[in-house]
Design a protein around this ligand. Structure first.
Ligand code: GAL
Length: 383
């Protein structure tokens, strides 16, 4: 009983940052006294659970360093997020940490630049803007490689042949999200050689890379919305995939993976054997599906570490450090991935953290790292 009470207190304390509307995250905070500089935190949404965790961690890390922090969630609406950013500037924010929704954020970043307010693009690059200098995220190309390697291992592609090919269908993330292109290209850097040898056959649209814009748009999932992925999977099952048995589905994150698995599970053809399905974000519901074999893998991106790194970077920027360094993160330019920082208008300093592969062999790692809360463990039978 005591454990449940303690867990509820923790949850209520954390949840106080996210009101019902999901739009405000609260401001001030114990450590950030009334005169402390204000850091504005603009997160994209609360539908994909990781952003709630990002917001709470960013706020805590800012206050730990003596700043005030105001947390806002954009509810998937870039116009709303831009209004929230405007309000943060009006409140005198000295630095903004922005997890964008789409290119429309660039006008709000221009306003910040006009007010000499520094901006850190958080997890997602801010495209078509020359008005900021810093981006911090995970190595998203490696996230995709881990997804591709999961499918390679799950299908034992190294032993597959053109005479006895495996069948896959492809999904990508939102076309408004620069990460989605790196996830996809990372995965296909592993899978394309098998397609070219004939050992892996693609069912449905096949962009060899995200540069094949027309076909990439056909496999992309607007706004990362699970219902869009579910409907597209249902259409594939009754259409292009009607006369084959799929062995794998490339799913770019966990919410889409679970929607795809839901659609496939409703098709009698897959009652005894689901296709290998990839994922990302180490969400508790997906860890449960990895534990029971329904989802093959996910990628753990410890958002607590990303938030800590972002605040280490923010602190140095606010203190005027010319070339900030972030422990645990590498500059994209130092590992040949400078393109990750290319906004289309300039190349910003991109700091990359390492993602971690999660399969049935190590599904407890995100729990042991404290990323999954005790309430989530209980709710998803992850004991
Ligand atoms: C991406 C993010 C992923 C995934 C997706 C859905 O930009 O890097 O972790 O969660 O958004 O929000």
């Amino acid at each position: 009983m005591k454990k449940i009470c303690l867990a509820l207190i923790i949850l209520l304390a954390a949840g106080s940052f996210v009101f019902a509307s999901g739009q405000q995250g609260g401001s001030g905070g114990a450590a950030g006294g009334a005169q402390a500089p204000l850091i504005g935190l603009a997160m994209p949404e609360t539908t994909v659970l990781r952003w709630v965790k990002d917001g709470a961690s960013l706020k805590a890390e800012a206050e730990k360093r003596g700043y005030r922090a105001e947390l806002q969630f954009g509810n998937g609406d870039q116009v709303l997020q831009n209004q929230q950013i405007g309000n943060l500037l009006t409140q005198g924010a000295k630095l903004l940490v922005i997890g964008q929704l789409n290119d429309g954020v660039a006008s709000a970043v221009a306003d910040a630049a006009r007010d000499n307010v520094a901006v850190i693009a958080y997890d997602r690059i801010i495209q078509n803007s020359a008005d900021y200098d810093y981006y911090i995220t995970f190595n998203n190309f490696k996230v995709g490689q881990l997804q591709g390697q999961g499918i390679e291992a799950g299908l034992n592609l190294k032993s597959a042949t053109a005479a006895n090919p495996k069948y896959i269908t492809l999904f990508a993330g939102s076309p408004t999200d620069g990460n989605a292109f790196f996830f996809y290209d990372g995965a296909m850097s592993i899978l394309n050689p098998y397609v070219q040898s004939g050992a892996l056959k693609v069912v449905g649209p096949y962009p060899e890379t995200s540069k094949d814009t027309a076909n990439f748009q056909r496999i992309a999932t607007e706004g990362w919305l699970p219902n869009i992925a579910k409907t597209r999977m249902e259409n594939l099952l009754s259409g292009d995939a009607r006369s084959v048995t799929l062995d794998a589905v490339l799913a770019p994150n966990d919410t889409l993976a679970r929607a795809i698995i839901e659609a496939v599970s409703a098709d009698a053809k897959y009652t005894n054997k689901l296709p290998i399905v990839s994922g990302q974000d180490a969400e508790a519901a997906s860890l449960a599906m990895i534990k029971n074999g329904q989802q093959y893998m996910t990628v753990f991106k410890d958002t607590a570490k990303l938030a800590e790194a972002a605040m280490i970077l923010a602190d140095q920027i606010l203190k005027g450090v010319a070339n900030p360094s972030v422990p645990g993160a590498v500059l994209a330019s130092s590992i040949g991935l400078e393109s990750i920082g290319d906004t289309g208008r300039k190349v910003v300093k991109a700091y990359l953290l390492d993602p971690i592969n999660i399969t049935q062999a190590n599904w407890r790692d995100p729990i042991n790292a404290g990323f999954i809360t005790p309430e989530e463990v209980t709710a998803n039978n992850l004991q």
